[in-house]
Design a protein. Structure first.
Length: 177
């Protein structure tokens, strides 16, 4: 039996598409006149309803399992909510927003990573239709302007977020991989 040929990377996306290394699937997100992403969500198809519901349900255990974390909201994103998910290829993407007490420091990061790994593994075992489960978390300190904004504090919620706020909010994205 001969070993498989070595993998070679295509020099361009078009070359990868033409040789079948990348599926021609999906579509680019459209932008409106202000540069905001247009929501093109579609009804979630039957094979994805239970995996998505279980992923959202998993988020509800976060506060009980990781002290000092208050979940504010969870969003579904990616191919399955856009109606273009492929069984066995697509993953279930969710994004949670939370505030974290100042007393919950590095132990919380370790606990969050452990929570994510445990939940993603259990979800993957229960739902083989999905190639994986992405449970991303953006968390801000409770007392910060962004933490208060996430909690809907009227004083922090006036106006729109400044570019520096958006950069800071992205900095609170926890690397839970």
């Amino acid at each position: 039996m001969r070993p498989p040929p070595p993998l070679t990377l295509s020099p361009t996306l078009e070359a990868a598409l033409s040789r079948g290394a990348v599926l021609r699937h999906g579509r680019l997100q459209q932008l409106d006149s202000r540069g905001h992403v247009v929501n093109d969500a579609a009804p979630v198809a039957a094979p994805w309803r239970a995996p998505l519901a279980d992923a959202v349900r998993a988020w509800t255990s976060l506060e009980a399992e990781v002290p000092g974390v208050q979940l504010v909201s969870v969003y579904a994103r990616g191919s399955i909510v856009r109606g273009i998910g492929l069984p066995g290829v697509s993953d279930v993407d969710t994004l949670g927003y939370a505030v974290v007490d100042s007393s919950a420091s590095s132990t919380s990061s370790a606990q969050l990573r452990a929570w994510r790994r445990k939940r993603a593994a259990a979800l993957r075992a229960a739902h083989p239709v999905a190639s994986g489960f992405d449970l991303e978390l953006v968390a801000a300190p409770r007392g910060s302007r962004l933490g208060r904004w996430l909690l809907g504090d009227p004083a922090a919620a006036t106006g729109t977020l400044r570019p520096s706020d958006l950069h800071e909010l992205d900095a609170f994205r926890l690397g839970l991989g």
